[in-house]
Design a protein around this ligand. Structure first.
Ligand SMILES: [Fe+2]
Ligand SMILES: [Fe+2]
Length: 252
């Protein structure tokens, strides 16, 4: 807490065992502890001006925080301005990421079957599944960083068959992937809203910088894949699409 003053500040650092001492730059005693830093304003004839409010008294100001440091073994020491609602929403998002990862893993297993054998699609969904799991882990790491507790919830059993009479398997699976990415985006936006509602700038920044941009990229890429699969039909064209993924595809 410094006063705005158009004068040059001078710092004095000293060590004392007294509760208070007279700083040579102040007219009144400065309350302090063992290590003391006091700041004063020096300038021409104004040396004897009252300096009330210029002093930053860290040991006074920190007392309130010191009282808040939990002593219980099961309580987080790091937790600060982290709402219960934010903690619960992060756990929900971990569950969303795991569920999506599980569905992509099921798609990988389907396209890797010997009688389906679309290795490019299998590779794409395997990498996508791993990426969603990484997202879950990133949220877990953040939960711990903020002093929350990770609580894993159940994962729903996904489909195991992805063939569709009209659309065929590749297009059907890719449309499903697109809707899952959009759903994930909605959940991320909800999480961002929770962060804003609780004035948690750090959580909002985390969601924005680590997830929101990437999510929009994923939606665009899968939309393009859906458009391409609609163009090529169910037969030979799917083989070429599959080869394209095998050579250059990347996870969503
Ligand atoms: Fe994700
Ligand atoms: Fe994704």
């Amino acid at each position: 807490m410094f006063l705005r003053a158009p004068l040059t500040p001078t710092f004095f650092t000293g060590t004392t065992t007294d509760e208070s001492f007279n700083c040579p730059l102040f007219s009144s005693p400065v309350t302090t502890s063992l290590n003391t830093v006091c700041a004063a304003v020096k300038g021409g004839s104004s040396n004897h001006r009252p300096l009330t409010g210029v002093v930053f008294e860290p040991f006074e100001e920190v007392k309130k925080e010191l009282n808040l440091v939990p002593s219980g073994y099961h309580q987080s020491l790091a937790r600060q301005k982290y709402a219960d609602e934010s903690e619960a929403s992060i756990n929900e998002q971990i569950n969303v990421e795991y569920n999506v990862s599980y569905v992509y893993h099921a798609m990988y297993a389907y396209f890797d079957r010997d009688n389906v054998a679309l290795k490019g699609l299998a590779k794409f969904f395997k990498e996508s599944s791993e990426e969603e799991r990484e997202h879950a882990e990133k949220f877990m790491e953040y939960q711990n960083k903020r002093g929350g507790k990770v609580k894993l919830q159940s994962i729903i059993m996904p489909l195991s068959e992805f063939d569709h009479e009209e659309k065929g398997d590749a297009l059907y699976a890719m449309e499903l992937a697109l809707s899952l990415e959009k759903l994930t985006n909605e959940k991320l936006l909800n999480l961002h809203e929770v962060a804003c509602r609780n004035n948690d700038v750090q959580l909002a920044d985390f969601v924005e910088s680590e997830f929101l941009g990437e999510q929009v990229e994923a939606i665009k890429k899968i939309s393009e894949y859906v458009a391409q699969l609609r163009r090529v039909g169910k037969g030979h064209g799917v083989w070429h699409f599959n080869q394209m993924l095998l050579n250059e595809g990347a996870a969503a």
